[in-house]
Structure formats: structure tokens, C-alpha cells
Design a protein around this ligand. Structure first.
Ligand SMILES: Cc1cc2nc3c(=O)[nH]c(=O)nc-3n(C[C@H](O)[C@H](O)[C@H](O)COP(=O)(O)OP(=O)(O)OC[C@H]3O[C@@H](n4cnc5c(N)ncnc54)[C@H](O)[C@@H]3O)c2cc1C
Length: 418
């Protein structure tokens, strides 16, 4: 367990104000914000960075704005991201629509997650967080009594098998999907109902437009393509399918499965695409939580609850949850009060941020999984350009969900049902 910035190892028993388990975008951005406020914060991550992360690798406009507020946009710009102006949507029935963001400062970014997460974690170190990579959480003990006495206990093991017992005023679970922290705290509401799996590959080739992403909603599932480097012809290709229908085939030969699924998408290539990285698999995604707080602990990012990667909003939510958690954690540490009741403002803020977007995600899931509905929906967006633009802006967290209720929506419905 070595802090790569200082080369130091913690003692078998060590302490911090806040321990964050998981150094992905949620954990690292939160760690940096807390360190800037003078909080002694430690990040533990089982991976060694840079590490691959299955993802569509697109930061939506809401995420780009959040990065600017967090003072991290410069850091991300050094990862050579591609500026994304919007999304092209396709169905297997031949419908096609194109939605654009507002432009100016409202745009998305396509960027390698290996580079992004590495850079964000380094930024957290630069701001004063202590970071231990290749260090896995193996146990924790959080209780009302421990929260009251500010002694949450976290047990971690490094790659050499060295065990450290950390005591902290507060524990943060930023450990992603299937969060161990969420499970051990009893915060996971149920097992996944929507059972999807994904395969992501790094592709190299030329042909498709590089100023936006493309999504095909088809019989097999969803196929996504996005450029992820400003100067190199490299792409993210992601396929998301039902585990029940395709899981076995996908597991037996992931590369062939990816190739066959990807070939169904109407992306026009001049050269390639060649698979140059992956495949990286993930899923299932539907992990709701009862709430995101407990005595002496809270959850951020995917660990605080996830539904489906289809709309690509996870990074925005990772940054936003870090923003929402920061003042609550700083207050808890400074006032020596970290019971669940003292953290409830964070949970309320998070739920209120997620309520409408999650409802929309569920509607989108129903629509794209039914051939007639997805054909009608994409045809409707194609027919009414302002609605297509609003749709990608709402899903891009640049506008609130109610912005979709405009006269053009009724107009689009009338056109497609006539
Ligand atoms: C197929 C797919 C496509 C997606 N596409 C997009 C997209 O285009 N845009 C978008 O915004 N979002 C997308 N998402 C969602 C996005 O990837 C996540 O929302 C985002 O990574 C959440 O960040 P996080 O920091 O919460 O978790 P993560 O990025 O998962 O980081 C969690 C960290 O915790 C560490 N960890 C886990 N367990 C332990 C442990 N026991 N001990 C120590 N460390 C541990 C892991 O090593 C990891 O580094 C997609 C997701 C998937 C699966």
C-alpha cells in the first residue's frame, strides 16, 4: 500500500478524517474538493491507474459544466478529448434522427477513461489527498456508536497482502457498481431486475463523423460509437444487450459477439474498424439503493445507485454527487457529527437530482426495447428537429426533463401517429 506521490506506506493502524473507497471520477473529484477545504482525506483503490473502465467514454454537457465548476476542465483538456456536438440516433428499421447541443460552452467530450480517471486521481493528489492504489477494501465496521465517537473502521489489504486498519470520522463508498460499501451497509434495495451486459472495445479506423456520437437501437440491443481522441482515429465501440438473451453467447466468444453486433450498426467506415483494445465487459447495471447515507458513511457516484448506461449520464452524476456531498461532509467532520441524520441533506439533494432523469431513463428503456415504439420515437424526433435537439440536451443534463414538454412534442406525436 504505497502512496505514489510520497512513496510512503501507512502503518498497520492509521487514521484520516475521511476515507474514500474508490478512486474513479466520483471518488477522486470528491477527494480533491475535500482536500481543498483542509480535510485530511485518503483514497483507497484496488486498481493501479491508469486502468481501463467499461464505459461509452462520453462526458455529457452537464458533466463538462460540472468539471468547469470543480476546476478540473484544464486537467481533462490535457487528455486530448474530442468535442462532441450531439448524437445521431438510428433504429434497425431505418429511422434516423440527429440531435445537437446548444454549442458554445454547451458540448460533450469523448475521452479515454483510462486517461481521464488517471488524470483526475492525480489532480486529487495534487490538491492534497493521500491516494493508495492496489489497495482493496476487505471489511468495514460502521455503527451509530462508532459514528457518534467518530471511529468508523475500514480494513484494507494491499497487493503485498499487507493489512491496514483505518479509522476515520466518515467513510465514503465511491466503489462503483456492485459497491461493497453499499452492500455491507445494507443500503442496496434489491438485486438487479433489468439484466443487461455490455462489451466495450477500443477501435481504430476512419469514416464516421468525428464531431458527435452514434447510437443504434436494434434487435440485438444498443450499439454505440464515439470518437475518444482529438488527434488519433480511435473510437469507443460499446454494445449493450440482454444478459438473458445473449449472455451465454457473449461470454463464450466476446470478440466475435462484439464484431457481429457492431456490424449491424449503420456507421460508414473508409478504413477499419480494427479492434485495438478490449473487450471489457460489465453488468448488470440496475442496482438501486434505499438511500445513500448511513451512520458514519455515505455513497457517491454509481455506488449510490445506478440503472442503465444507455443515456450516458453516469459521469455527470459522479461529479454532481461529489459536489453535493462536499459541504455536508465538511460540516460533519468539523462539527464532529456524522450520524445518518447529520448527512440527510445530501441524500435529499441526490434523490431530488435523480428523480425525473431516472423516470425518463425508465421510459427510454421501455421505448427502445420495443421495435414499433423505437421506430415511432426516432421518426418523431427526425420529423421535429427542435425536439431532437431538446432530447439530447435533456439527456445530456443541459436542460431539465420538463423541457421536453413543448408544443413540438405534441406535433411530433401527431405526425408519427397519422
Ligand atoms: C457500458 C457502459 C457505458 C457507459 N457509458 C457512459 C458514458 O458514455 N457517459 C457517462 O457519463 N457514463 C457512462 N457510463 C457510466 C459511467 O461509467 C459511471 O457512471 C462512472 O464510471 C461512475 O464513476 P464512479 O467513480 O462512481 O465509479 P467507477 O468509475 O466504477 O470507479 C469505482 C472505483 O472503485 C474501485 N473499487 C471497487 N471496489 C473496490 C474495493 N473493494 N476496494 C477498493 N477500490 C474499489 C474501482 O477499482 C474503481 O476504480 C457507462 C457505464 C457502462 C457500464
Amino acid at each position: 500500500m504505497i502512496d505514489r506521490s510520497t512513496g510512503s506506506r501507512p502503518d498497520p493502524v492509521a487514521a484520516a478524517d475521511v476515507i474514500i473507497v474508490g478512486g474513479g471520477p466520483a471518488g477522486s473529484s470528491l477527494a480533491g474538493l475535500l482536500a481543498l477545504q483542509g480535510i485530511d482525506v485518503v483514497v483507497l483503490d484496488r486498481a493501479q491507474f491508469p486502468r481501463a473502465k467499461p464505459c461509452g467514454e462520453c462526458i455529457n454537457p452537464g458533466g463538462v459544466s460540472a468539471l468547469a465548476r470543480l476546476g478540473l476542465l484544464d486537467v481533462v483538456e490535457k487528455c486530448h478529448p474530442v468535442r462532441l456536438a450531439g448524437w445521431d440516433l438510428f433504429t434497425d428499421s431505418g429511422a434516423r434522427a440527429s440531435g445537437r447541443f446548444a454549442g458554445g460552452t454547451e458540448h460533450g467530450l469523448g475521452v479515454s477513461r483510462a486517461a481521464l480517471d488517471h488524470a483526475l486521481l492525480q489532480a486529487a493528489r495534487d490538491r492534497g489527498a493521500r491516494v493508495y492504489e492496489r489497495t482493496k477494501l476487505v471489511g468495514l465496521s460502521v455503527s451509530p456508536a462508532r459514528a457518534a465517537s467518530h471511529r468508523t473502521v475500514v480494513e484494507a489489504v494491499d497487493h503485498d497482502g499487507r493489512r491496514t486498519v483505518w479509522t476515520a470520522r466518515l467513510l465514503v463508498g465511491a466503489d462503483g457498481l456492485r459497491s461493497i460499501v453499499a452492500r455491507q451497509l445494507g443500503l442496496v434495495r434489491r438485486q438487479p431486475r433489468l439484466r443487461k451486459v455490455s462489451l466495450t472495445c477500443r477501435l481504430r479506423g476512419t469514416g464516421p463523423p468525428r464531431d458527435g456520437g452514434g447510437l443504434l437501437f436494434g434487435r440485438i440491443g444498443t450499439v454505440g460509437l464515439a470518437p475518444v481522441h482529438a488527434d488519433e482515429p480511435v473510437w469507443n465501440g460499446t454494445v449493450v444487450v440482454s444478459a438473458r438473451a445473449h449472455g451465454r453467447k457473449l461470454a463464450s466468444d466476446p470478440v466475435s459477439f462484439f464484431r457481429n453486433a457492431f456490424l449491424q450498426a449503420p456507421f460508414e467506415w473508409d478504413v477499419g474498424p480494427d479492434i485495438v483494445g478490449g473487450p471489457w465487459a460489465s453488468g448488470p447495471f440496475d442496482w438501486p439503493t434505499r438511500c445513500a447515507i448511513a451512520d458514519g458513511a455515505l455513497l457517491v457516484g454509481d455506488a449510490s445507485g445506478y440503472f442503465d448506461p444507455l443515456t450516458g449520464q453516469g459521469l455527470y452524476r459522479a461529479f454532481r454527487s461529489a459536489e453535493l456531498a462536499t459541504p455536508v461532509i465538511v460540516r460533519a467532520v468539523r462539527s464532529a457529527r456524522s450520524r445518518a441524520a447529520d448527512l440527510s441533506e445530501y441524500d435529499r439533494g441526490l434523490r431530488s437530482m435523480l428523480r425525473q432523469p431516472r423516470a425518463l431513463q425508465r421510459i427510454i428503456e421501455v421505448v427502445v426495447s420495443r421495435p414499433t415504439l423505437r421506430h415511432l420515437a426516432v421518426t418523431g424526433l427526425q420529423a421535429v428537429q427542435p425536439l431532437a435537439n431538446r432530447f439530447v440536451r435533456v439527456v445530456g443534463d443541459a436542460m431539465p426533463v420538463p423541457a421536453l414538454v413543448i408544443p413540438e412534442t405534441a406535433c411530433s406525436l401527431l405526425r408519427v401517429t397519422r
